[in-house]
Design a protein around this ligand. Structure first.
Ligand code: PHE
Length: 354
């Protein structure tokens, strides 16, 4: 290792060894033998001290060039190798997520379908659209005003106990919440009407609601309601009762009927609970309906003038009714599902029945 020819040879040898290296380990070995402490370059470097200044300078320069050239070759190859190794690893670890469902080749109907709750919402919307209602939606996060205040439920009103509320840590305490019912969408629609959309309103509003309830056979803390609101001239309680009965027979079938029982809601006056014939015993009385023959579906009533005042609608000119009931409860009744929790367990054997 004392002249330029040796250096050329050395670089050539390194080039060949680098090209032959096929793995990270091999390229590291090449690096050790060509640039490591015991490499010819390092040895030649150690011998520099014995040379006279002129020769030392000359050889030092050559060794430096040799080292940088070899290092560059090695780095380049190292990058190529790690890229190859990564691509191989990615191909090897690829997961095949396509599931072979027995019979799927001959039965294309095994494609899957909407969840029962979504199907139920669609079916309910269809019934109401057929009766002349429009479909509207509102946000799931509400301010206290929309969920309670505008609905004639002032702060600290005892009626707030009817809804166990999830509050959000946003702004002042207890000012933002997950809506406990779809009734706040009534307020949005009436405000829009007052701001320019105009009256009348004939709308249904389906959506997700939240309450701090412990799940059981007939309750879920996250559930779905469909709200109805009519604001027009000369609307009476008879219109409400008729609408509920037409809906009940249209959705559940001709042998299922509705009845209204006096109840209290701050935003309707008078208010009622509406019940439908128990779909399990068809009115004879059974365990599910506690021997009454009826199942409670939701609440309803005539829009309270205080609600019209809150949104700026003249209650001498306009009257209206509202109702709200559980979509999950409808699915449960129509399909005789003993325990509502089955709707959120995602057991495919349960879901594929519908
Ligand atoms: N929002 C009420 C509830 O969830 C139901 C309801 C709606 C009652 C509309 C009357 C009118 O409990």
């Amino acid at each position: 290792m004392s002249d330029a020819v040796d250096i050329e040879v050395l670089i050539d040898q390194a080039r060949t060894a680098v090209a032959a290296a096929g793995s990270t380990e091999e390229i590291s070995q090449v690096a050790v033998s060509f640039t490591g402490k015991k490499s010819p370059v390092a040895e030649a470097h150690r011998g520099l001290g014995a040379l006279d200044p002129e020769a030392r300078k000359e050889l030092g320069r050559l060794l430096h060039t040799a080292r940088t050239t070899i290092e560059e070759l090695i780095e380049q190859r190292r990058t190529e190798i790690s890229f190859d190794e990564l691509s191989r690893e990615m191909v090897a670890s690829k997961i095949d997520l396509s599931e072979f469902v027995p019979g799927s080749l001959t039965a294309p109907s095994s494609r899957g379908h909407l969840h029962l709750v979504s199907q139920t919402r669609d079916a309910l919307e269809d019934v109401f659209v057929g009766m002349g209602f429009e479909v509207a939606e509102g946000p799931e996060i509400e301010t206290d005003w929309f969920n309670f205040g505008a609905l004639n439920i002032p702060p600290a009103h005892p009626a707030r106990g009817m809804w166990d509320t999830f509050y959000l840590s946003l702004g002042e305490p207890e000012t933002t919440l997950l809506r406990t019912h779809t009734s706040p969408v009534q307020i949005h629609l009436m405000e829009e009407a007052v701001l320019g959309g105009g009256l009348p309103i004939h709308a249904v509003m389906p959506g997700r609601c939240y309450r701090r309830d412990t799940p059981d056979a007939r309750h879920l803390p996250v559930f779905h309601q469909i709200e109805g609101l009519v604001v027009d001239k000369g609307i009476t309680f008879a219109d409400l009762a008729g609408t509920i009965e037409v809906f009940t027979t249209a959705y559940f079938g001709p042998d299922i009927h509705s009845r209204l029982r006096p109840a209290y809601f701050p935003f309707t006056e008078p208010s009622a609970e509406f019940e439908v014939t128990c779909t399990i015993c068809h009115g004879d009385g059974c365990r599910t309906c506690s021997q009454t023959g009826w199942i409670e579906l939701g609440g309803c009533g005539m829009v309270d003038p205080a609600v019209f005042d809150a949104v700026g609608i003249d209650s001498d000119e306009w009257t209206g009714f509202a109702f709200g009931f559980g979509i999950d409860r409808c699915a449960q009744m129509r399909h005789q599902i003993a325990d509502m929790r089955a709707l959120i367990e995602n057991d495919i054997r349960f879901l594929r029945q519908f």
